[in-house]
Write a protein that binds this ligand. Structure first.
Ligand code: GTP
Ligand code: MG
Length: 200
């Protein structure tokens, strides 16, 4: 509980701190508007840093946030509704090659999926692209769970789990998390999971 409390003390990391950082890192990816930045703010309870937007695609670059002295969470750009444009694909391939697939200190990739929709075409395209160049494990977090009824949430969970098992070998299919940044549901489980991923 003490460790969890410390995570709330988050600081935006400076450039030089990132390059030389040996702290474990956790990357947050997902479609635009899925709730990545909001989740980060709720996770650490300091709403002044990660930018939340009603317009998709606001978070453009990588944003590194220190969570206490334990690890760094990286807020990644949201991907679009489909990878129709070749330049989008190229940009993401580079991000995967330069960061997601190769960063030594990166301990876990969380892929955020909207609990109302499950895996969309863009998610599958992204996961396929990631699986082609990286062997890193990833974990799915269903977001905005306050917007779906418990039976619908259970159904989406099962469907997503099956799809992951069938098509994405790097998915940790027995550890799908469910959160709501609005109600705080699932947040403590997510915090614990992050500490665990970082070997704490
Ligand atoms: P990009 O940076 O554009 O990729 O988006 P993002 O994934 O960071 O999404 P962001 O956190 O900016 O949230 C997008 C919208 O979803 C905002 O209007 C949030 O208020 C809303 N939202 C985020 N989390 C939740 C949640 O748990 N429940 C509900 N109901 N809405 C949420
Ligand atoms: Mg964002």
């Amino acid at each position: 509980a003490d460790e969890i409390q410390k995570l709330r003390d988050r600081k935006r990391a400076k450039e030089h701190e990132i390059k030389d950082s040996t702290l474990p890192e956790i990357a947050i990816v997902g479609r635009s508007n899925v709730g990545k930045s909001t989740m980060l703010n709720t996770l650490t309870e300091s709403p002044n840093t990660a930018r939340v937007s009603s317009k998709p695609g606001l978070t453009r670059q990588l944003n590194f946030y220190r969570c206490g002295d334990k690890f760094v969470v990286v807020d990644m750009p949201g991907y679009g509704f489909a990878f129709a444009k070749e330049e989008d694909k190229t940009a993401w391939k580079e991000l995967i090659e330069d960061y997601l697939g190769t960063r030594k200190s990166l301990k876990r990739i969380y892929v955020m999926i909207d609990a109302r929709h499950g895996l969309k075409v863009a998610d599958k395209e992204f996961l396929t692209m990631m699986g082609a160049t990286s062997s890193k494990k990833f974990q799915v977090v269903l977001t905005k769970c306050d917007l779906v009824s418990p039976p619908d949430l259970a159904r989406t969970y099962m469907v997503v789990q099956e799809e992951l098992k069938k098509s994405f070998k790097n998915a940790m299919t027995d550890r799908i998390l469910m959160v709501s940044s609005y109600t705080g549901a699932g947040m403590n489980t997510l915090r614990k999971d992050m500490l665990f991923a970082c070997g704490q």
